[in-house]
Every structure is written in C-alpha cells, then in structure tokens.
Design a protein around this ligand. Sequence first.
Ligand code: VGL
Ligand code: ZN
Length: 214
Amino acid sequence: MGEQVFSNENTGVIVVDVQADFTELKSGTLAVPGTDVQYLEAVETATRQILQQGLPVYFTQDWHPADHVSFFTNNPGTEPLQVIEVDRRPQVMWPPHCVQNTSGAEILVAAPGPTKRVRKGMDPKFDSYSGFADDGGRKTEMDNLLRQDGIKNLIIYGLATDYCVKATAIDAVDAGYKVTVIEGLSKGVAPETTAQALEDMKAKGIIVKADLDV
Ligand code: VGL
Ligand code: ZN
C-alpha cells in the first residue's frame, strides 16, 4: 500500500453492509452489480490493512425482520424497485434481503482483529439505509461508539453506493465527522443513482477517493 488517506488515531472506518444478499458472489436476493470475488477480495484486503494499521473498523449490518416494510412481498400489489409512499415517505420496494439469522445477512469480510458491528433496519416499520439512524429518526449506537473511541475522521466504503453508503456518509457529515468515501471499494445498485449519490456526497463536503491509496 502506498501513501495512505488515513494518518492519525482519530480515524475510523465504516464498512457498510458487505453482506451475502447484496452480492453476486453469493447469488444474493438484492445482488449489487460488480460484487464479484475480486470486489470482495479488494474489500477484505483493504480492511485487513486498515486493521493492521491499528484503526478501528465498524461494520454495519442490514438486519431485517421477515415482516419488514421494505420488502415488496409485505406490500401486496407492489413489485421490486417500485417506489411507494409509506407514512408520507418514499419507500423503495426491495426483494426480501438480509433477514435476521439467515445466511443472506452474513457479513462477508473476514477481519483479523477486533471490530465492532452495528445492526440496523430491525424495526419492521422503518427502513434504515444509514448506519446512524433509521427513517423514523431512531439512532443506532454508531455515533456513541465513534465518540467513545474518539473518532473524528471516517473512511467509508461498501454497499450500496447509492443507498446505504450515501446515507451513512451524509449522516456522518451531519454529525460532525470529516468523511472520505472510497468509490473503488463501493458498488451501486444502478448507474444513474450512483452518479447522483457521488455528486450529492461531494456537495455535502464528502471527499470521494478512487481507492485507499492517494
Ligand atoms: C441497502 C437497499 C435496501 C444497502 C439496504 O445496503 O444499500 N439497499 N437495504
Ligand atoms: Zn435493507
């Protein structure tokens, strides 16, 4: 690894939703394009290097109950990727994914060393793209964990660029962290929303880097 984007003890890393159901490698129910073995090896290598540098790693894990509102199967008459209104909020209809205690919910990154895991999306009534809070405003323990660990700068990558990476990165900026998103270690559901997400993140002051090296 060459020069690094991280340089101090106030930096932490959030690896977003690198879970079986979001990958082609595991024939996931919501497989994000480009999530092949090379992608997963790149994520694993980067995460291992980061841990070896002594930086704390926080994994987010989409962790839905079977009756979750975001599953099209729980909203009769809808189909996948349709956007409906739920309590006046837009809600994308997703195939059932990352159901609690199923293999599809498994985090695929084997990490040597201590890491922390933040689960989200457990409330059947609210989706939670962000690792910090759900659509109902209920916070996860993420911000508390980061504060306890003295984190001020965050490196964020994972799945999917246009949904959970974007939402997590924007909530992080709004919570006062300095955020860098690693584009090359993230994959999006669709090209247009991914391009838009990168623009939205840059507009919020998020640094978007191609990969971990400068
Ligand atoms: C995600 C759609 C639904 C993500 C999670 O991890 O980006 N996308 N649930
Ligand atoms: Zn989900």
